[in-house]
Write a protein of this length. Structure first.
Length: 246
């Protein structure tokens, strides 16, 4: 497996949980633990399929969620009457609220321009650029890309009965393929990168290559709204200087 890459898709298990809560459109104070736990474990399985290194904290959170799920499914103990009044999700909700508060503050600061070290000033609001046929687009997060790729993988598993072809493919090779397609064809739809019934190995390598290009700001991923089709645009200055992976 020659495309083993470690990328910071999520900044930790709490970041992944917040993404799932937003995606499922549930109340952070009333988390449906069973559903969120299943979604969380599916993501860990996807990371394993992609050969991404998992930090131990993700596995600890998986165990924590499983423990909370089991406590909520089982009836309270008759030996401990206070247990019936205790919400097993309370500590986790508190951690999520605190993490969300600090993350939003960090994002707000990070979006402000830095004049000198630790010096910020207020800029006039700049309208978002439109791109393509006057449609207003927004930047796509890495989490959005990962969710779109999970749908690609699920569809590939449904459409293929087995895979017996061994194919040597590197992330660097896929980087060059994506850059060339963008240079020749211009903006691409996300799903167009995975057409032609490619092998699972090529699917994963192509997606990791796309993440690397987004990380290097050689490619910009945008969509009209949440859940809409993801479009990929080349950044001329970045795409022209793409070399081999470090």
């Amino acid at each position: 497996m020659n495309y083993r890459v470690k990328l910071e898709i999520f900044e930790g298990p709490l970041d992944l949980l917040l993404h799932l809560i937003k995606k499922e459109e549930v109340d952070i104070y009333d988390i449906p633990v069973a559903r969120i736990t299943d979604e969380y474990l599916q993501y860990l399985n996807l990371f394993e399929t992609m050969n991404l290194d998992l930090a131990g904290e993700y596995l600890v959170m998986a165990a924590t969620l499983t423990h909370i799920k089991s406590r909520m499914l089982l009836p309270p103990s008759e030996d401990d009457p206070e247990e019936a009044d205790e919400d097993p999700r309370a500590d986790l909700v508190h951690q999520l609220i605190e993490y969300q508060r600090f993350r939003e503050a960090a994002v707000a600061l990070g979006e402000r321009p830095v004049l000198q070290r630790d010096v910020f000033r207020r800029d006039a609001t700049v309208p978002e650029n439109d791109q393509g046929d006057g449609i207003r687009l927004r930047d796509v997060t890495v989490a959005d890309l990962l969710e779109a790729f999970r749908e690609v993988m699920e569809r590939a598993l449904r459409e293929s009965f087995h895979e017996v072809i061994h194919e040597d493919i590197s992330v660097d090779e896929c980087v060059q393929v994506i850059v060339h397609r963008l240079e020749v064809d211009g903006p691409l739809r996300f799903r167009d990168l995975f057409g032609g019934a490619p092998s699972r190995r090529r699917l994963v390598a192509t997606f990791l290559a796309l993440l690397e290009l987004v990380k290097r700001q050689a490619v910009r991923a945008r969509q009209e709204e949440d859940g809409a089709e993801i479009l990929l645009f080349p950044r001329i200055s970045g795409a022209a200087q793409v070399g081999e992976l470090p």
